[in-house]
Design a protein around this ligand. Structure first.
Ligand SMILES: Nc1ncnc2c1ncn2[C@@H]1O[C@H](COP(=O)(O)OP(=O)(O)O)[C@@H](O)[C@H]1O
Ligand SMILES: [Mg+2]
Length: 228
């Protein structure tokens, strides 16, 4: 599903945000990318979504060689993934239904498909009764659930979440990760970036730790090493 081989990303200002990363994520996995602020987590995700290109190395995502994608192919490539942002990025002038529907409409989906799919994903995140509300009428946790519904509406193979609990009340962070877990159990590969050690510790999932752009540990390797 995702294969980083010796990936390095140096920004034009000379900062090397990702160094020599080898990472393999199988279809159906749930992986936490854990690291402190500035560790290179967001850069790692931006390489996957092709918002940034690596300086060297090779990268395969959803069977596509990310480096050789042509510009015109990028929108189609991104449709194979759902992306959840720390700051929600909802459209304030649209109600909740339309915020989620928008992601479907831009792909050219029929209104008939929108009317059947949007209520389904809003139900999945338990927001059926908020369809007609505006984003500013919702709590942070609820807004992030809308972000999640929007990421899922096109039924992606891969869900990428960059600090999805960063602007959510800590007591509701657990709930967001549980929702990601539920989505993962239905077959979607999930990659979640966070700096919250405590939150990660509450779930028995693969944890890849990065520091200064380098992978320093992978709980998956530790299990292999210990024969677990
Ligand atoms: N567009 C950019 N141009 C230059 N440097 C950047 C850019 N984006 C991030 N960086 C730098 O790269 C490093 C890693 O950043 P980032 O990937 O955002 O880390 P994290 O998400 O773990 O906080 C930081 O030192 C940051 O300042
Ligand atoms: Mg970040």
């Amino acid at each position: 599903m995702i294969e980083f081989k010796k990936i390095t990303k140096e920004y034009p200002n000379g900062i090397c945000a990702v160094k020599d990363v080898d990472l393999y994520v199988q279809k159906g996995e749930f992986v936490f990318i854990l690291g402190s602020s500035g560790a290179g987590k967001s850069t790692l995700l931006k390489l996957i979504t092709r918002e940034e290109s690596p300086t060297s190395g090779s990268l395969i995502v959803n069977n596509m060689d990310v480096l050789s994608l042509k510009n015109r192919q990028i929108p189609y490539f991104r449709r194979t993934m759902g992306i959840v942002f720390q700051d929600f990025r909802l459209i304030s002038k649209m109600n909740i239904f339309d915020n989620v529907a928008f992601a479907m409409r831009v792909t050219g989906a029929s209104e008939r498909a929108v009317r059947s799919r949007v209520p389904y994903v809003l139900g999945l995140v338990d927001l059926t009764d908020k369809e007609n509300s505006r984003p500013n009428e919702l709590s942070g946790g609820e807004q992030q659930r809308v972000g999640l519904a929007r990421a899922l509406v096109n039924n992606p193979d891969l869900l990428i979440a960059d600090e999805p609990t960063g602007n959510v009340d800590p007591s509701l962070s657990f709930e967001i990760v549980e929702l990601l877990n539920k989505i993962n159990n239905q077959g979607t590969t999930v990659l979640m970036v966070t700096h919250e050690h405590g939150l990660v510790g509450k779930f028995n999932k693969r944890v890849v730790e990065i520091e200064n752009g380098q992978m320093v540990s992978d709980s998956c390797d530790e299990q292999l090493a210990s024969g677990a």
